[in-house]
Structures are given as structure tokens and as C-alpha cells.
Design a protein around this ligand. Structure first.
Ligand code: BTN
Length: 241
């Protein structure tokens, strides 16, 4: 991962650039930009991407079923959290797949793919990290729930060194995924997560499920237990009580 790195000053979205290159690109190709003018988050939300952050996308070509692609998002969360821990930052994973410091989000992951029914052409994993982005410079509505590497460390980090550690960590996890499947990744995800074992409210489009988060399934669905039984929640917003 990272043999071929395409660097840009400004793009709309590294995921969009990566998707255009996808079919022809070598597996492991990276697209990275200083600034994204139209960075995208999950659920069509914008992703604020000023200078100082790390905005990158990785192109992968795994031989897996499209239905199993969410496992790669879990893998990326594990890789990011591990890279941050190597940098002395106490990162955890908050379901569905935010890397957080406590409750504050420091990294978001957006996985997109080009696939037919039973075959993946390529997957783009977009990783956005608030690196040297002072939290007080984020839009007001994001400040409360966000963290950055420089704000938590009290000094700017060396982004090149961090990206190098991150790509190595991604490669380790991806090789493991290809050899062993997702079992080890799920174990690592659970031990890095600060959601499992907690009382949570999960807000889904239809209802709010309150209970104890007890695990995730291989597709990344959160398992929540309460008096009514065991629920597997595939998508939603998780609030810690
Ligand atoms: C989220 O938590 O909502 C996901 C955020 C993903 C942001 C990254 S930054 C690099 C890549 N390019 C994008 O436009 N989005 C992802």
C-alpha cells in the first residue's frame, strides 16, 4: 500500500479522484490532498477539509463479495486507531466507525466501491484525519464533538511521518485480512472500541434502541441487548449515556 501516491494541493474529494482512477490503478494506490473543496462524509454530509488535515483515499482490489466490503471499513478503523496509538494518542473506535478520543471524533472513514452483484472492481477507502487542524478553527457546530492530533498533543505533528505509519498499519491489517479473513480484525476492533460494554442510545431512521452494546457482527452491525432482546443495528447514530 502506497507504492503509487498521487499528491494534490486541492481536489474536490480524494474519493472522487480515486474512483476515477480505480479500474486502471494498481492496488494500494493512494490519493492524498492538502485541501478538499467538496469533501464528503457518510450519509451525504459534507466533510470539512482545511489545510493541515490528512485527507486521503486508498484503492484496494480485494477478491471478496461486495456484501463483505464493510469489513474493510472496520479494518481501516483498526489501522487508524493503531497508528494513532503508535504516536502516543489514546485513540478508540466509536461505532459505526469513527476514530475518537473519548467522545470526540478525530477521524472519519468513507468506503465506496465499484461492484457488480458478486464481484468487486475496486474499493475506495477514504480516510479523513484532523491532524494539524486546531479544533477552535473548525466551524462552531463541529467544535464540541471534534478533536485533532495537534490539539490533543499540544503541538503540530509531522504529517508525513504519521501517513507513513498509517500506510504501514493499513498494509499489515490488509495482509492479515487476505490471509485470515476478518476474525482477527473483529477482535481488534472490539478491543479498540469504546462502544462495546457501554449503555447506548442508537438512533435509527425508525426508532431509538437503548441498551447495552455487547458486540458487532462481521458486517459491522452493532449488537445491542435490552429487556426486549438482542438487536443487530446495521446503521444509525450512537449516543453514549
Ligand atoms: C464520515 O465520518 O462521515 C466519513 C468522513 C470521510 C472523510 C474522508 S477525507 C478523504 C476522503 N474524501 C472524501 O471526500 N471523504 C473521505
Amino acid at each position: 500500500i502506497g507504492n503509487d501516491i498521487h499528491y494534490f494541493e486541492t481536489v474536490d474529494s480524494t474519493n472522487d479522484v480515486a474512483k476515477k482512477m480505480g479500474i486502471r490503478a494498481e492496488e494500494g494506490t493512494i490519493v492524498v490532498a492538502e485541501v478538499q473543496e467538496n469533501g464528503r462524509g457518510r450519509k451525504g454530509d459534507p466533510w470539512i477539509s482545511p489545510k493541515g488535515g490528512i485527507w486521503l483515499s486508498v484503492i484496494l482490489k480485494p477478491s471478496i463479495l461486495p456484501a463483505h466490503a464493510p469489513r474493510l471499513t472496520l479494518m481501516a478503523g483498526v489501522a487508524v486507531a493503531n497508528a494513532m496509538r503508535q504516536f502516543g494518542v489514546d485513540a478508540s473506535i466509536k461505532w459505526p466507525n469513527d476514530v475518537v478520543i473519548g467522545k470526540k471524533k478525530i477521524c472519519g472513514i468513507l468506503t465506496e466501491m465499484d461492484a457488480e452483484a458478486d464481484h468487486i472492481g475496486f474499493v475506495v477507502i477514504g480516510i479523513g484525519i484532523n491532524a494539524n487542524v486546531p479544533v477552535e478553527e473548525l466551524p462552531e457546530e463541529l467544535r464540541e464533538g471534534s478533536m485533532s492530533l495537534s490539539s490533543i498533543k499540544g503541538e503540530r505533528i509531522n504529517r508525513a511521518e504519521f501517513v507513513q505509519a498509517l500506510l504501514k498499519s493499513l498494509e499489515t491489517e490488509y495482509l492479515r485480512f487476505k490471509v485470515d479473513g476478518s476474525t482477527k480484525i473483529l477482535e481488534d476492533w472490539i478491543s479498540l472500541s469504546n462502544t462495546i460494554g457501554r449503555q447506548v442510545d442508537v438512533i435509527t431512521p425508525h426508532k431509538i434502541i437503548s441498551g447495552k452494546a455487547t458486540g458487532i457482527n462481521p458486517d459491522g452491525a452493532l449488537i445491542v441487548e435490552n429487556d426486549e432482546g438482542v438487536h443487530e443495528v446495521i446503521a444509525g447514530r450512537c449516543i453514549y449515556k
